[in-house]
Design a protein around this ligand. Sequence first.
Ligand code: PGA
Length: 255
Amino acid sequence: MRTSVIAGNWKCHTRLQSAMALAAGLRERIGGIDGLEKVVCPPFVYLAAVGEALRGSSISLGSQDVHWQDDVAATGEVGPRMLAELAEYVIIGHSERRHQFGETDEMVNRKVKAALAAGLKPLMCVGEVLQERQAGLTEEVLVRQARGGLTGVEMPDGFIIAYEPVWAIGTGTPATDADAANAIAVIRREVASMSGFAKAETVRILYGGSVTPENIAEFMSRSDIDGALVGGASLKVDAFSVIVEEAARVKAGAS
Ligand code: PGA
């Protein structure tokens, strides 16, 4: 049985005060829900404060990115070992990093390796853009990104990958649960070809892209979808709490 994960990516949103209020509200509302991993990923600058607000709760802290080296001249970057002092999880290769900041599969690969070596739990993102989808290239892109990101990686059991079709992120147009499940099957097959079937069966593969309180149950009812990476809806206590509650309810019903 794979444990589901619901992760909130706050992106470049919140201020110190609203980040603290969000953390306190979530602690109160979903701190008591078990049976799945709950993660919030605030901006770097609020990690310490939000970590303090969540200390001793069942909600874990993640960051939105990481550099692949510590103790180097890399102005503006945050290294894996310094991050591991504060956070448990780290999003790597989000499409906004790939498309706005030119991150390549090779950089994603370095980051995944460095994060694992520092004891962080990566949440590696893959996903096709609209033109690739329309050209029938979805499978090819997913295979390339999965292989590129995971080459030479010793994956621990339960490693997390997020399938995030870029056209579904922040658009209000999610993938259908069937499309998401198909893409996830492609990713799992690729992981199996690299690391063996038994390892691939332990890997958690999440869906991300316009997940809401209204549609989360559809995704979670698919046995192959192990959770969600949530952007916009993770910024409101009520919306994110309902997503976590629904996810826990559906998975508990399925087990
Ligand atoms: P969204 O973002 O839920 O706002 O579509 C998802 C993500 O980018 O992780």
